[in-house]
Unconditional design. Structure first.
Length: 384
């Protein structure tokens, strides 16, 4: 059994286009006047064929259309892609096929088309449940439009997730708790709840550097919001299976767990990353960020990658911990002998004594006390 099989194999498809660029977003997304969807379909199909040749015979457990705003894709493009996927790999009986959507790009006919193509899960970028905060976040929809879109989604799909951002400007702990309880009253089976982070190179990053992004909660208030998130979601049966993701039992995101359990995944599209084990070696793959550059490269060379780099054992070990320790279940100690070496054992013993991690049933995982300080725990382990 190769190590990647502990996590499985998935496919990520990046659609780089949005209707507008959100001020907090550092994803590879672009606003353009026109999109030649047929040209993009042809490029995606070409890349699927290329990757399929290298990974022939693997059982595909998930497909994830991310972005950008994949709900701007024509349903017939999604249908062509998924038809090609089914012809390329053996498909798991319970394959998860997720498409990200924004409320501004939702209508029933379009969503029915995605369902008919094979999409069985939708992840909606709602982000806030009140108009003032949606406007501050640069979103194009209002709260009523978000609820209408959510109703459409859950009338068509059995599995619907949505995202919210907390620790927003001028948000109190009490206001976040009320909003979270409202969200849980709506939720189907999964919520992704992210603390607002200010990233360099974004509009928010520029405003923050200029001292013009006011009203952000301080560290104590943000920590209280994190604690409230865990408590309220847990009470509602949406336990945190990962730092920022909450789900009913059995409804965790299959695709994201492939990442966190350090499986293999092919990344297709502008800026897409992948991890592939081929010939006993593990590789990190990257693609050009610019949509036109990626599209031209696929057309001209038949290969959408800009870089493929072998990951050596030390690199894999670091990634394994960075990804796997985000999961509530933790990581399997047996997968990497390094983690059982004397130097790492001392670090883990020290963190165990502090009540930040625990080892049980061959797993290393964070405790409730350790979860809010994940980055500090990882720094301590990896400093060995």
């Amino acid at each position: 059994m190769e190590d990647w099989q502990h996590g499985g194999f998935g496919l990520y498809i990046h659609w780089p286009f949005c209707q507008a660029k959100c001020p907090y977003c550092d994803f590879n997304s672009h606003v353009v006047a026109q999109i030649d969807q047929k040209a993009w379909e042809t490029a995606y199909l070409s890349e699927i064929e290329r990757i399929g040749y290298e990974t022939e015979g693997r059982v595909l457990r998930s497909v994830f259309f991310g972005g950008g705003t994949p709900s701007l894709m024509n349903p017939d493009v999604v249908d062509a892609i998924l038809t090609k996927v089914r012809a390329t790999w053996p498909i798991a009986n319970n394959i998860e096929v997720t498409l990200e959507a924004n409320p501004t790009s939702v209508e029933a006919k379009r969503f029915a088309g995605y369902r008919d193509a094979g999409v069985n899960r939708v992840s909606m970028g709602i982000q806030a449940l009140n108009d003032a905060d949606l406007k501050a976040l640069g979103r194009l929809h209002n709260a009523n439009e978000a609820m209408q879109a959510f109703d459409i989604a859950r009338s068509i799909f059995d599995r619907v997730s949505f995202d919210l951002i907390y620790a927003r400007q001028d948000q109190s702990v009490a206001a976040w708790e009320a909003e979270l309880r409202q969200a849980l009253g709506l939720a189907v089976d999964h919520l992704s709840l992210y603390q607002l982070t200010i990233e360099d190179g974004t509009a928010f990053g520029d405003r923050y550097a200029a001292g013009k992004l006011c009203g952000l909660p301080d560290e104590d208030a943000a920590a209280d919001m994190y604690a409230v998130t865990q408590d309220v979601c847990g009470e509602a049966g949406f336990s945190a299976y990962e730092v920022s993701n909450h789900a009913r039992s059995g409804c965790e995101s299959v695709h994201n767990k492939i990442y966190w359990k350090y499986g293999d995944y092919a990344g297709i599209g502008p800026g897409a990353h992948g991890r592939l084990t081929l010939g006993g070696k593990r590789y990190a793959t990257e693609a050009p960020l610019a949509p036109t550059a990626w599209l031209s490269q696929v057309r001209e060379t038949g290969n959408g990658e800009s870089n493929r780099e072998e990951l050596y054992r030390t690199d894999q070990f670091v990634e394994f911990l960075l990804m796997g320790m985000r999961l509530r279940e933790g990581v399997m100690l047996s997968r990497f002998a390094e983690i059982k070496s004397e130097v790492y054992s001392r670090k883990i013993k020290s963190l165990t004594d502090l009540g930040l991690v625990e080892t049980d049933d061959g797993l290393l995982r964070l405790t409730e006390r350790g979860s809010p300080v994940l980055n500090a725990v990882l720094r301590e382990i990896l400093s060995a």
